[in-house]
Every structure is written in structure tokens, then in C-alpha cells.
Write a protein that binds this ligand. Structure first.
Ligand code: FAD
Length: 272
């Protein structure tokens, strides 16, 4: 299918793009890599009357900057830029997780900011942002603010962003040398049925595919804090979640995946 008609606008700078989106109102949307939005438009799940293209802001907003134990990514950084960046072991988990996102042509176009703004609960960027306490810097009509990733995802494809707010940067504020993400999808490149991510240094456990948002699991984190085994941690996580069922798998299947994947993620994080 083809999308419903829309008017195309090209953003020249961040301030102008935000002002334009505010002026055009709720019928307008930013477009970055287009790898989620265009599919939704083609299926008529989204019918924006105006698209504000952020592609012209790449020189300003596509970067990978690591220093002093902090990683900063511009919102228009593509998944593939991160996949091919010379990141230190402190942030290797981000680089390695990119291979789970779709296929190479998707990763060369899709962006970090677009993925976070889209807010898909199994998206790797959403899971990693929650796991690693990322700070999402957004610019709105009244200036910039920082949204902790733990407060960004409110529900099914719903974020705390105001309609005109643009993600401009994502900051990963601490090293995570013993973190890992793994997942299971029906076909290679599909969104995960269940994804599991751990940061053993921080004692964090995050799951995708078991709730409408990327989910931290305090019950599993408590097992890690008490020196429990990875199997006990995974069992606690599986018992704590109440996954939705859909064509990719029912609740029991997702709990079984949680058990297996969380042990795998813990073992991978230990090997780093
Ligand atoms: P767009 O599609 O351009 O935009 C998505 C949404 O974000 C829109 O609502 C848009 O208005 C908004 N937006 C974009 N940029 C900003 C910004 N800077 N500030 C505020 N709002 C913004 N993703 C995964 O995570 N894992 C997968 O396994 C996966 N598999 C895929 C398989 C296929 C076949 C396809 C087509 C896509 C897949 N994706 C997957 C999606 C891909 O990662 C997208 O790149 C990503 O979800 C959105 O990024 P984008 O830059 O393409 O955003």
C-alpha cells in the first residue's frame, strides 16, 4: 500500500524543526530513518498530514562520542554507525546488540532517536536505555530537558515526549563492561518475541516482550544482589512477569523464553 497524502518539510536546524512541528500541530510528525514510520504510513496505521524530515540535521546530530566513562550518541546516529564504532569494552554491549536489529539496510537508515521516540517495548535501544540508565535529551518549544530512560516509556508505543519534542541526544552515563543482551525472534531480523538484558555491574535486569514497556524486574535483581545463581535469577524473573499472548507466543511460552534467555544473557555478560 501507499501512504495517505502528506506535505513534506525539510528541517534546517533543531530549533526551526521544533518550532515548525509545534506550529503544524498534532497532524505533523518528524521522520528520521523512516524505518518504522513509513511502514506504519503504508499500512495506514499512521496518517500524518505533514512530515518534517530530520535528515538534514545529520551533520549536527549523528555522532558517537565516548570519553571519561560516558557515551553520547546524537539522535540521528544510525544503528549501523554504533555497530561499526570503535567502542571500548565499557560500551561494547551497545555495539554487539545492534546485530539483533532488523537487517543491514534497516540498520544503515534507522536511528537511535527514532527508535527511542517510537517506543517499541522489544526494541533493543529501548531495552538498553532502561538497563543502563540512559538520559534522553529532548528539545521542545520551551527549551531542552533530560528524561531518564526509566521515565520515558509510559505504555504501548507511548512515551513521555510532548508532541513537538525532538530527541537530540542519548547519554549513557556509566560504563557497563559486564552487560549483555540476547533475544529470540521467530525469524532472524524480526522484532524479538522476548529479549533479555542484564548489567551485572549494576545488578540490573530488563526484559522486552513481556509487558507494554521495556521492563525492569526488581525480583530478579534482588536475587543477583543476594548472590543467587543465574538460574534462580531467571526463575524469579519468569515468576514475576505477566506476559501478553499473541501470534508469536502465549504467556507460558514467553515465561519459558525468559528463563532461558536471562541465563544466556548473564553468562554472556560474565564472559565479557
Ligand atoms: P522513523 O521511522 O523515522 O520514526 C519513528 C517514530 O519516531 C516516528 O513517530 C517519528 O515521528 C519519531 N521520531 C523519529 N526521530 C525522532 C526524534 N529525533 N525525536 C522525536 N521523534 C522522532 N527495530 C528494532 O529495535 N529491532 C528490530 O528487530 C527491528 N526490526 C525491524 C525490521 C524491519 C523489517 C523494519 C522495517 C524495521 C525494524 N526495526 C527494528 C525498526 C528500526 O529499528 C527503526 O529504525 C526504528 O524503530 C525507528 O527509527 P527511525 O529512525 O527509522 O525512525
Amino acid at each position: 500500500m501507499k501512504p495517505a497524502p502528506f506535505t513534506y518539510h525539510r528541517a534546517r536546524d533543531v530549533t526551526g524543526a521544533v518550532a515548525l512541528l509545534a506550529e503544524l500541530g498534532e497532524d505533523a510528525k518528524y521522520i528520521a530513518g523512516g524505518q518504522s514510520l513509513v511502514a506504519m504510513m503504508n499500512f495506514r496505521l499512521a496518517r500524518p498530514a505533514h512530515l518534517v524530515d530530520l535528515g538534514g540535521l545529520r551533520a549536527e546530530l549523528a555522532y558517537v562520542r565516548e570519553g571519561d566513562g560516558v557515551l553520547r550518541l546524537g539522535a540521528l546516529t544510525t544503528h549501523h554507525q554504533v555497530e561499526s564504532a570503535p567502542l571500548s569494552p565499557d560500551f561494547a554491549v551497545l555495539r554487539d546488540a545492534m546485530s539483533w536489529i532488523g537487517h543491514l539496510p534497516i540498520r544503515t537508515r534507522g536511528t537511535v532517536g527514532g527508535s527511542l521516540a517510537h517506543g517499541e517495548a522489544t526494541a533493543e535501544w529501548c531495552l538498553l536505555a532502561v538497563l543502563l540508565d540512559a538520559e534522553v535529551v529532548v528539545q521542545g518549544i520551551r527549551g531542552r530537558r533530560t528524561v531518564p530512560a526509566g521515565e520515558l516509556f509510559l505504555g504501548f508505543f507511548t512515551t513521555a515526549l510532548e508532541p513537538e519534542e525532538m530527541v537530540v541526544e542519548v547519554v549513557f552515563p556509566r560504563p557497563a563492561p559486564h552487560a549483555a543482551l540476547t533475544e529470540f525472534a521467530q525469524r532472524r531480523g524480526d522484532f524479538a518475541t522476548v529479549a533479555a538484558a542484564v548489567d551485572l555491574d549494576a545488578g540490573r535486569v530488563t526484559l522486552g516482550g513481556v509487558a507494554p514497556v521495556p521492563l525492569r524486574v526488581p525480583e530478579a535483581e534482588a536475587v543477583l544482589a543476594d548472590g543467587g545463581t543465574f538460574a534462580e535469577c531467571a526463575e524469579a524473573a519468569a515468576a514475576a512477569v505477566d506476559p501478553p499472548g499473541d501470534g508469536d507466543g502465549g504467556a507460558d511460552y514467553r515465561r519459558a523464553l525468559t528463563r532461558t534467555l536471562l541465563v544466556q544473557a548473564c553468562e554472556e555478560a560474565t564472559r565479557r
